[in-house]
Design a protein around this ligand. Structure first.
Ligand code: SF4
Length: 170
């Protein structure tokens, strides 16, 4: 893999971690740049919620090393805003990956996941156990995305709201 491709790959790593826990097929499709996410109402709604739920907070999107786009609040925490807590483990792992990445850069932060629709938030700390889990997730992602064919589609609740629904079941 060339250096440029590696960089490109890293940019999407947070999302890939999330998809690893949501659906391995989704992860594979996304990794091959087969993306329909922009057409998904839920993603759009998530963006709208993000914009209107925290208008007064001093948050800005920061592109760290030109690699990952995340919210850094004024207190320095890393934040993700999610539409619902249905995929809680995936969301936690995505934020843990950001914290892990920053730690490699010598920056230790807290993570926050906001669920504005549910009016609650999760505060996260990168523990040694989660650090280990992130490393395992990264190597599993490598394994899955280097397969020539996608993992088979398996019907699950989330399929109905997945941007790949037509692709898998149409
Ligand atoms: S539609 Fe279902 S099986 Fe297909 S990628 Fe989405 S979650 Fe996975």
């Amino acid at each position: 893999m060339s250096e440029q491709m590696e960089l490109q790959d890293l940019k999407f790593q947070g999302i890939k971690i999330n998809y690893l826990y949501v659906c391995k097929r989704k992860l594979w499709l996304f990794s091959k740049n087969i993306t329909f996410e922009n057409q998904s109402d839920k993603v759009l709604l998530g963006k709208v919620l993000h914009e209107y739920s925290y208008p007064k907070e001093d948050a800005k999107e920061v592109l760290i090393d030109n690699l990952i786009m995340i919210d850094i609040l004024s207190d320095g925490a890393v934040r993700e805003v999610k539409y619902s807590s249905r995929m809680k483990e995936a969301d936690i792992m995505q934020v843990m990956y950001y914290l892990y990445y920053l730690k490699q850069k010598g920056i230790e932060k807290q993570g926050i996941i906001n669920y504005p629709k549910e009016r609650r938030k999760e505060i996260l700390e990168l523990t040694p156990e989660y650090e280990q889990k992130v490393k395992q997730a990264l190597s599993e992602i490598e394994k899955i995305t280097s397969q020539v064919t996608p993992p088979p589609a398996t019907k699950q609740k989330i399929c109905k709201s997945c941007a790949y629904f037509e692709f898998c079941w149409g």
